[in-house]
Design a protein around this ligand. Structure first.
Ligand code: PAF
Length: 277
């Protein structure tokens, strides 16, 4: 496995390997990331993982400074699976000058996560486009845990005609259902014990939808109340249509229920897809 820090070295290394599959990450890797790499490996001749904590996608009061940076540990984990290249640039390498050009995702950037974290998806799309230009992958793998991010990036690839196939991988969960996330380590023991409720509440809502309930607003309000009763501060629990994350009509079959809520200071995200008959 090669550890590469500069774009020049990366381009030199990849010159003879056009058929690569890419997994962009911010490091602090857990089982969920490793599954993305395992998803990537059989699809190309070379698997490239980037590790870069992207300041541009963090708000001024978010956790950019304390986001865990664990490159040595991450490399050990990647060494034990099928990863060929780790690209770990520093900020000067990724942003050698002030980034005045950016990718503007359109309507989707203002809803849900975008409403709570203004500018977040602009930051994500811009860094991913830059990374795509550096790595030039034939495909890239992202986790459905960040559902809105997946849609933003799929739309970007489609609208900008980028020659990259976007592969979406299922969310990896702990045995009690909690979606794996680097931010889970901010949870105290007590919060960690409470945290699986988010997935349970989403599944209860899914169950109601599968039983024919179309009263989305009532179901959403009940789910938010249930979370609040157990000490959560929900930003949203909402039923959306999968294609564009807009509110669905009663005839819509392909749904996703998305939630984001604070448990103390950690903020957790999760979602479940629902396919109506
Ligand atoms: O999902 C993430 O870890 C980040 O948003 C990404 C895609 C690596 C861009 O910084």
């Amino acid at each position: 496995m090669e550890l590469i820090h500069t774009v020049a070295e990366l381009r030199k290394y990849l010159r003879g390997v056009p058929n690569n599959v890419f997994v962009p990450t911010m490091g602090n890797l857990h089982e969920g990331h490793l599954r993305l790499v395992e998803e990537a490996a059989p699809r190309g001749a070379c698997t490239v993982v980037s590790i870069f904590v992207n300041r541009m996608q963090f708000g001024p009061n978010e956790d950019f400074d304390r986001y865990p940076r664990t490159l040595a540990d991450d490399c050990k984990k990647l060494e034990s699976i099928d990863c060929d290249v780790v690209f770990a640039p520093d900020e000067k390498e990724l942003y050698p000058e002030a980034q005045t050009y950016s990718v503007v995702p359109g309507d989707i950037e203002g809803i849900l996560e975008g409403a709570v974290r203004p500018g977040h998806f602009r930051g994500v799309a811009t860094v991913v486009l830059k990374l795509f230009n550096m790595v030039q992958p034939k495909a890239a793998v992202f986790g459905k845990k960040d559902y809105q991010q997946c849609l933003v990036l799929k739309n970007m690839v489609q609208q900008l005609a980028l020659p990259v196939e976007i592969i979406l991988a299922e969310t990896v969960r702990a045995e009690d259902g909690l979606a794996l996330s680097s931010r889970n380590q901010y949870l105290t023991d007590e919060q960690r014990a409470e945290a699986p409720r988010l997935y349970r509440v989403l599944n209860e809502l899914k169950h109601a939808l599968l039983h024919g309930t179309h009263a989305y607003a009532t179901l959403e309000a009940e789910a938010m109340t249930e979370l609040a009763r157990h000490g959560w501060k929900p930003d949203y629990v909402t039923v959306r249509r999968r294609a564009d994350l807009q509110p669905p009509s009663a005839a819509e079959k392909e749904l996703v229920v998305l939630a984001a809520a604070k448990l103390g200071s950690p903020r957790l995200l999760d979602n479940v897809e629902v396919e109506l008959a």
